[in-house]
Write a protein that binds this ligand. Structure first.
Ligand code: BGP
Length: 470
């Protein structure tokens, strides 16, 4: 089987992780520009001031994407380039920068797939309360409208938010992302509700424009599985799915929050200050979502937590390795002897990916899906000048096999975006953890070099994945 021609083979990036040019072109300061400079917050105190300098090298980078045969490029817009203070005057230089990127992609026939928010909030809004404040949600909708009006004639695929669970949980519970709060459950749930409201209203604003493109949200897809058949561990895994998946998926796809979490919030006195008109808009917007974006890296292996500990804060667990109790202390994720893990402790499990997709269809129906991120973080070996990222090829190949199988089973999956198109700055792991098809040589003026995976993916795209899954 070849992948159909309406299936997009893509790769992704995010503004803060590639652009650099942090104070150029009239750009405002973002919360990450500030947070990454607090000593000890990031690996070796790395920050995105220069990143991989895509701000100046976008032409060369897009030419490489075209050479690879990429059909779609998922990138994010930095809110601070468009509205430096988050609200107020639009910065024409910011609009011009993204016009260049979009036009260059289109010149090569690469479909621009745009994320509006990949975590870099204007610092002015962070200082005024961030996602904890309803004003940020209002400001987001206006920012989204500015982008639809400026780019919507050419951009037909929009993602509102990337992985809201991550910036809310890390920002309000784990202290690992801005605003750096620890265990503030009230603020966490308030923030998640504000983001969901902002998403719903941005979707409605998009549809009102009749630009005839598609819009959706990208969520973390990390299905939880019990480590065994014991009822208490099965219940723990269901609990994790409820808190980490359904709390975020149900309002987008069904227009309402899951009852069981609403009850929990009431019991714990954590109910957000939600207004009837917000809940109404969430309900109205649900059927307007055109697709759901899924970022899949690994599943969660879960058991009951028999200690009184909650979310723990070691570097490994905060950056995604298992071994942490849930924020409410009910369950914990564990590393299992019979599983395979990356150097950063993330499980490699294409079978769980497929199983998760089946679970998703069962619960939410067969909505249109894109895999908006999937990839292997590694330290790539260089042998005689060749970047031999064979484990990455193997990782992507086995996950594309799962995608192919899912499509065979009738799952409505319309595209796959590898993370990442080029080596970039990892939020908490610096430049050490590489994901790209294109290597960036930090010892040689950020020179770009093609990895083995570059040629491999080029071949997969050219043959529409015909040889996969055999
Ligand atoms: C996702 C983010 C990406 C990227 C990726 C890899 O959560 O959307 O921006 O960072 O994870 O994460 P890491 O760099 O921590 O390995």
């Amino acid at each position: 089987m070849k992948f159909a021609h309406d299936f997009l083979f893509g790769a992704a990036s995010a503004a803060y992780q590639v652009e650099g040019g942090w104070d150029e072109g009239g750009k405002g300061v973002s919360n990450w520009d500030v947070f990454s400079k607090i000593p000890g917050k990031t690996f070796e105190n790395t920050n995105g001031d220069v990143a991989v300098d895509h701000y100046h090298r976008w032409k060369e980078d897009i030419a490489l994407m075209a050479e690879m045969g990429l059909e779609s490029y998922r990138f994010s817009i930095a809110w601070t380039r468009i509205l430096p203070e988050g609200t107020g005057e639009v910065n024409p230089q910011g609009i011009a920068f993204y016009n260049q990127i979009i036009d260059e992609c289109l010149r090569y026939g690469i479909v621009p797939f745009v994320t509006l928010y990949h975590w870099d909030l204007p610092q002015a809004l962070e200082a005024a309360g961030g996602w904890h404040s309803k004003q940020t949600a209002e400001a987001f909708v206006r920012y989204a409208e500015v982008c639809f009006d400026a780019f919507g004639d050419r951009v037909k695929h929009w993602i509102t938010f990337n992985e809201m669970i991550v910036f809310c949980r890390h920002g309000y519970l784990a202290g690992a992302h801005p605003p750096g709060l620890i265990d503030d459950k009230k603020a966490y749930f308030e923030a998640t509700h504000n983001v969901i409201t902002a998403h719903a209203r941005a979707v409605m604003a998009y549809k009102a424009r009749r630009q005839f493109g598609e819009i959706g949200i990208t969520h973390v897809f990390s299905p939880a599985f019990s480590i065994d058949d014991s009822p208490e561990n099965i219940a723990a895994a269901e609990h994790v799915n409820l808190m980490d998946t359904h709390w975020f998926y149900a309002p987008v796809l069904k227009g309402e929050y899951p009852e069981a979490v609403i009850d929990y919030l009431k019991r714990e006195n954590l109910t957000p200050d939600w207004k009837p008109e917000e809940l109404d808009d969430i309900c109205k917007a649900a059927p307007m979502n055109d697709f759901l974006g899924l970022n899949y890296y690994q599943p969660q292996r879960v058991m009951k937590n028999d200690t009184s500990e909650t979310l723990n804060l070691s570097h490994e667990t905060v950056t995604g390795a298992p071994g942490s109790p849930s924020f409410d202390g009910v369950a914990k994720t564990v590393k299992m002897e019979d599983k395979t893990y990356t150097k950063w402790g993330w499980e490699i499990a294409p079978d769980a990916f497929l199983e998760g997709l089946r679970m998703l269809r069962q619960r939410y129906g067969n909505m249109k899906l894109y895999i908006t991120e999937n990839g292997l973080g590694d330290e790539d070996p260089i042998i005689d000048g060749v970047i031999c990222d064979v484990p990455r090829i193997r990782y992507i190949e086995t996950h594309l096999n799962a995608v192919k199988q899912a499509i065979k089973e009738g799952i409505n999956l319309k595209g796959y975006f590898a993370w990442s198109v080029i080596d970039l700055l990892s939020w908490l792991n610096g430049f050490k953890k590489q994901y790209g098809f294109i290597y960036v040589d930090h010892a040689d003026g950020l020179k770009r070099k093609k990895k083995l995976s570059f040629y491999w993916y080029q071949h997969i795209i050219a043959t529409r994945g015909e040889g996969l899954g055999k």
